[in-house]
Design a protein around this ligand. Structure first.
Ligand code: PLP
Length: 472
């Protein structure tokens, strides 16, 4: 890109801003002259992400090497794209797959795209935190024995809350049964760079791993890497799948940021992530010294389904301050200018990354101390109406329901009908109901409760959820 920009080529091609010459001042300020000068796509000298033979091939090989994988594939449309490619490369229409019901919505979209038939397993639920943890090897084994024809197991590892479980044990079971293991490691791009963090999915033996480089290490938002480990899914099938869903004009600033993030970690990742882990551990201790707050650590878990923890996720239980997680998050945002990663009924989750330092940590601790001292005399919330995600009956595959004839009806009157659209609250992005599942009274109440808790609704056409699209 730099060579192209420096070469003085006269641009007769897209993008029409022509290396920034025609760009609006606002865009120039945003991207900078240098960035716009290099904002080109699919030039002769810039290789082709769908059939890389030049600089992208080299960059992907370096990333694969850093992560200990056989190949890496750069994605410019998020881990959502990496997950769709992973599933389209491994699954055929009608293939059975085993996955936890609390998977991210991108995996459910992958089911609609592939036509795969899901069988759900239950994650372990920890009452103390009010949070779903990981899955156990026994639970996966039982599901495999009940569905011996399944093609793959898809897991989210670690969880959004940073909880890791025995993925190596699960990987062994999956492979012994001739199945493949696909892992959504959206929250694990940094794991490899500290021995004090849980082992990552490649090390644990997964076949394909979708990693959000943009979430936990330094590439731009919307960039992600897919890794192939072993030969159970062939490289050419992955490239073909990429050709199905990726833009034919990938943004090279985004792709370049993946290579730069890789470079940054290769050069100094152990020190940078090591510091983040140390700062996180110090923060966790300091938070646990604040009356009224509790931040769970590795000593609080260590059971099957929740074996270890990514220290960089600080899940702070705020119920003793008399606030729900969503209530506390609102106060912390408006009065302390803290933008947390997510909140749920009980907790607010803060991410500490390689970019943080002592000063930021001090701000966080001082702010939380002040917050708690203001509110801890209030009556603690001992219970909210938040429960585990209710089970739903699958009546149609996600694909059948997505393409079925449908109608829009009153949400109040939807009990008993089969959903044709999903209801998802963000965060955590886990569908409450997915196309093909029957809407029950419990699910209707659960969705209403999530709305009352102030979580952002996505997935339905109607943002207020007065109506919902159901199968005709
Ligand atoms: C567990 C999990 N998987 C997948 C994704 C999708 O990643 P992206 O937003 O990069 O498309 C997310 C995003 O939040 C996630 O939390």
């Amino acid at each position: 890109m730099k060579a192209y920009a420096a070469g003085g080529a006269v641009a007769f091609h897209t993008p029409a801003h022509k290396r920034g010459r025609g760009a609006h001042e606002l865009l120039k300020n945003l991207i900078t002259d240098e960035g716009l000068n290099e904002e080109v796509s699919l030039m002769y000298a810039l290789d082709d992400p769908f059939h890389p033979t030049g600089c992208i091939m080299e960059a992907e090989a370096l990333a694969a090497d850093l992560y200990g994988a056989d190949s890496a594939y750069f994605m410019a449309n998020g881990t959502t794209e990496a997950i769709h490619v992973m599933m389209l490369a491994s699954l055929n229409d009608g293939d059975e797959v085993i996955l936890p019901r609390n998977a991210h919505r991108s995996i459910f979209a992958g089911l609609a795209l592939t036509g795969a038939v899901p069988f759900y397993i239950e994650p372990v639920y920890d009452e103390r935190m009010g949070v779903a943890m990981g899955v156990t090897p026994d639970c996966v084994k039982e599901a495999i024995e009940n569905h011996p024809n399944a093609k793959a197991v898809i897991l989210v590892y670690p969880t959004y809350y940073g909880v890791a479980y025995d993925l190596a044990g699960i990987s062994k079971i999956v492979h012994e049964h001739g199945m493949i293991l696909l892992v959504d490691e959206a929250h694990g791009a940094h794991l490899r760079f500290s021995d004090d963090l849980p082992a990552d999915a490649i090390l644990s033996g997964a076949d394909l791993v979708a990693v959000s480089t943009h979430k936990l290490i330094g590439s731009l938002t919307q960039t992600s890497m897919l890794f192939r480990n072993g030969n159970r899914v062939p490289d050419d099938r992955i490239r073909r799948a990429q050709g199905l869903v990726a833009s034919s004009s990938p943004n090279y600033l985004l792709l370049a940021s993946l290579d730069i993030a890789r470079l940054q970690m290769a050069a100094d990742g152990n020190r940078m992530v090591g510091r983040a882990v140390r700062l996180s551990n110090e923060s966790r201790e300091a938070i646990n010294d604040i009356e009224g707050l509790w931040c769970f650590g590795e000593q609080d878990i260590g059971y099957d389904g929740a074996n270890s923890l990514d220290a960089c996720k600080l899940t702070v239980n705020v119920t003793k301050t008399g606030h729900t997680g969503t209530g506390a998050e609102r106060i912390l945002r408006s009065e302390y200018h803290f933008e947390a990663e997510l909140c749920d009924a009980y907790n607010v989750l803060f991410i500490i990354s390689f970019a943080d330092d002592e000063e930021i940590i001090k701000k966080l601790i001082d702010g939380l101390r002040d917050f708690s001292s203001r509110f801890r005399k209030k009556k603690a919330i001992t219970e909210t109406d938040v429960r585990e995600l209710p089970r739903s009956e699958i009546c149609l595959t996600p694909r059948e329901a997505y393409f079925a004839r449908s109608e829009l009806i009153d949400f109040e009157k939807s009990v008993g009908r089969i959903a044709a659209e999903e209801i998802t609250f963000y965060p955590p992005g886990i569908p409450v109901i997915y196309p093909g599942e029957r809407i029950t009274n419990e699910i209707k109440e659960y969705a209403a409760m999530m709305r009352r808790a102030g979580l952002k609704l996505t997935g339905t056409i109607n943002p207020k959820l007065d109506s919902i699209r159901v199968v005709k």
